[in-house]
Design a binder for this molecule. Structure first.
Ligand code: FE
Length: 351
């Protein structure tokens, strides 16, 4: 462009450009938050754009699954550009904490709004991660073939009445590792391993597919009962597609262990990265996720349950599924049990 700008103009332009460069790094650092997210829900877009609207901080998102993000953070080390990490399972959050990928956060907002049982351990400088939404691990069963009393506890997945009836995804998927980690906490190693063996013996087929595939297999008559996260069923309940409506007409939901310890709930949670460049904005984002609006979003957008008591939602699927009693075991303990669970799965042949 230099050939058609007069030289005085060029000088002024040069000064402006220099000024921009001088201030650019500070501004950019303040206004962009690098988010590593394992949340695989398209509806999350609104969650991020609301934050940008309220704060002017743009979100630069990198998506991968939990394991992929943890590996990437490890490989990047101190050079990692990550500010905030979102993972969708307690065992993975625990893993990230163990591997030193997060940093503790002390925030009165987060401590007041998020129950202690749904946060990482607090070693004195604050928790390393915070559960932001929960999902129940429920049983979905064929209401024509299976009696509710045959599926009202996790224990009964191993009972003779369900021989050849159980559909479940891979045992070492984080959702199952966390469920089994909760069973281990409640029942101890001997009973848990015997139970896992019983579940394997009761399978209708070798584990394959995701949670939604298990629900569909129940509707197709391939199995009597499926293990699934609550939001996958809620998604089908809210769907208007004829094939989804046909599925939900055949099945019913059970929240196990209502007369005992309560249904297992897992968390999706957030942490500030160990080497976050923009710590202030990162904490601000975590506090935003705990706001009533963002919490309602988790329920309305992805059919999860809010962790904040004051957050209200009228999501029709969640209302239809009803209220239930959750387990009260600290979710961080469940995460810590999963290494032991994996060894049991190998021994009983639960792939
Ligand atoms: Fe999921």
């Amino acid at each position: 462009m230099s050939h058609f700008l007069s030289s005085p103009f060029r000088k002024r332009l040069g000064a402006v450009v220099l000024a921009l460069f001088a201030s650019a790094p500070a501004v950019a650092q303040d206004k962009v938050l690098n988010l590593y997210s394992a949340r695989h829900y398209q509806t999350d877009e609104a969650l991020y754009s609301n934050f940008t609207q309220a704060t002017g901080i743009r979100i630069n998102r990198i998506e991968a699954d939990d394991a992929g993000l943890l590996a990437r953070l490890k490989a990047e080390g101190a050079a990692s550009p990550a500010d905030v990490i979102l993972l969708v399972d307690a065992a993975r959050l625990w893993r990230g904490e163990q591997d030193g990928l997060f940093q503790p956060v002390r925030s009165s907002v987060l401590e007041q709004r998020i129950p202690a049982a749904l946060r990482g351990a607090d070693g004195g400088q604050g928790s390393q991660w915070f559960g932001m939404s929960t999902r129940a691990r429920v049983l979905v069963y064929d209401k024509a073939r299976i009696k509710p009393t045959d599926v009202d506890t996790y224990d009964k997945l191993a009972a003779p009445a369900l021989k050849g009836q159980v559909c479940i995804r891979s045992g070492s998927h984080p959702y199952n590792l966390s469920l089994f980690g909760s069973v281990l906490e409640a029942q101890g190693p001997q009973r848990t391993e015997a139970w896992l063996k019983g579940v394997v013996d009761n399978m209708a087929r070798a584990p394959k597919g995701g949670d939604t595939d298990q629900i569909r297999a129940v509707a197709a008559g391939e199995c009597g009962v499926a293990v699934t996260n609550s939001y996958y069923l809620a998604r089908l309940l809210n769907s208007r597609k004829p094939e989804d409506i046909a599925v939900v007409e055949k099945v019913a939901v059970m929240f196990p262990d209502q007369a005992g310890r309560g249904t297992h709930v897992n968390v999706a949670g957030a942490a500030v990265a160990r080497n976050a460049r923009n710590r202030t904005a990162a904490v601000r984002f975590l506090e935003y996720l705990a706001s009533d609006d963002a919490q309602r979003y988790f329920a309305d957008g992805n059919n999860e349950y809010p962790v904040v008591a004051s957050a209200r939602s009228d999501n029709p699927a969640l209302v239809a599924m009803g209220r239930f009693k959750s387990e009260t075991v600290p979710i961080a303990k469940v995460g810590a049990n999963t290494a032991q669970v994996q060894q049991m799965l190998d021994r009983v042949g639960f792939r």
